[in-house]
Structure formats: C-alpha cells, structure tokens
Design a protein around this ligand. Structure first.
Ligand code: URA
Length: 215
C-alpha cells in the first residue's frame, strides 16, 4: 500500500521524503440523511441563476457524507456536466492521484465545487452565480462537518476565504472556514499542474500541512 502510494507519487512527479500518520477516526455526524436528500433534490431543480439554461445536469458532489476531508473545486467542466460528477476529466484523474497519495480514496473523501452548474465554455464563475450557489455548498459543509477543507485552485480559495489574494499568498498556510473555524488549506488546481508539472511538489507539501493540521 505504502509502496503503491510512493509509486503513484513518483509517477506524477512528486518525490516522497516522509509519510505522515493518517487519522482513521470516523466522524459520523450526518444524522439527518433526509436533509441531505432534500438538499440534493433542491440543487437538481435549481433555477437561481442563468446557468440552469445551459447545463446538462447539476453536479452536486460525490463521496462520503461523513468524510474528514472535503475537496472543493471551482465548477463543473464539460465532462462533469455530462456525467453529473465533479472532477471526472483529465484534471479529475490527477486529483484522484493526489487524494490517493494522501492515503485517502475518492470514496472516503467528499468532492464538491463552488458552482453546481457548468459555466458556458468553462468561463470563470460570475459573482452573482457564486452568490446564489454558495448557500448549497455552505449547507453541505455544515452537514459533512469535515476536519479539513482543501480548496482546489485559486477561484475556490478566493471564494471560500472571501479574498482576492493570489495563490502565492494563499497556499502554504492553514486558513480557517466559517463559524466552526474548519482548517482550510489551498492547493494548486490539477488543471494548472497538468500545464506546470514542476509545481506538483508544492501540492505535496500543502497536503502534508493539511495532515498536520488535523493530527
Ligand atoms: N475543475 C473543477 O474545478 N471542478 C470540476 O469538477 C472539474 C474541473
């Protein structure tokens, strides 16, 4: 298992220096599955912004609703819009490898986006779209109550932290989200890593930082 993880890391260009203990404690906190289902249903029929006109379907999120780790990206792209699942394209496969390298699996974490619908031609989300969609994500965060949030990429980080700071300023430290001060760590978006693979080692150090913050 450890060797597998090391091989995966090396395949994606990350040198492994040491391995941190993972927290295997379970966090069974969603005692209202009906609330979750209602939320999912509300999202699937949402018409709060104009993105509903061009979407194939909404992308609610995927994974364990009791997860310790919550990964939040920007918005569905073409593949996600077709499949109804976040991070299923090329960038998604790299995110899976990052998750696996962290000692986790796609099934044991939860993955969501700031927006539940694909912006046409993958343009950046508009502020009014974020504002109408954020209420769903906030409810998901409240119900999952994760031990750590990983903001995947600049747009997710800036929206979650309500800042316009750059990635250079945001990554490499532990932030906190919401009234419950959930630790939040920012990582480079896998789409960026596909273009700039030399930055992968920084993601690994940010993942170690995230592990440290919950251990
Ligand atoms: N990029 C994102 O930020 N989210 C996805 O779901 C896919 C690509």
């Amino acid at each position: 298992m450890l060797q597998n993880r090391k091989d995966t890391l090396q395949k994606i260009g990350i040198d492994v220096y040491h391995h941190r203990k993972k927290d295997s404690e379970k966090n069974l906190n969603v005692d209202q599955p009906d609330v979750w289902e209602v939320l999912e249903k509300n999202v699937s029929s949402c018409q709060q912004c104009s993105l509903h006109e061009s979407r194939t379907q909404t992308v609610f999120g995927v994974g364990d609703i009791n997860a310790d780790w919550l990964f939040i990206g920007e918005a569905p792209g073409k593949d996600e819009d077709i499949k109804g699942e976040p991070f299923v394209g090329r960038a998604g496969r790299l995110l899976n490898e990052i998750i696996f390298a962290s000692g986790l699996s796609r099934e044991s974490v939860f993955i969501a986006n700031i927006l539940k619908c694909r912006p046409p031609n993958n343009r950046d989300p508009k502020q009014e779209e974020v504002e109408s969609c954020f209420v769903y994500l906030k409810k998901q965060i409240e119900l999952i109550n994760p031990k750590i949030i990983i903001a995947v990429g600049k747009i997710a980080a800036q929206q979650l932290l309500d800042t316009d700071q750059t990635m250079a300023d945001l990554r490499g430290s532990i932030h906190s989200f919401g009234e419950n001060n959930i630790p939040l760590v920012v990582i480079y978006h896998p789409a960026y890593l596909l273009r700039s693979p030399t930055q992968k080692s920084k993601v690994w150090s940010d993942i170690l930082l995230a592990q440290d913050s919950i251990n």
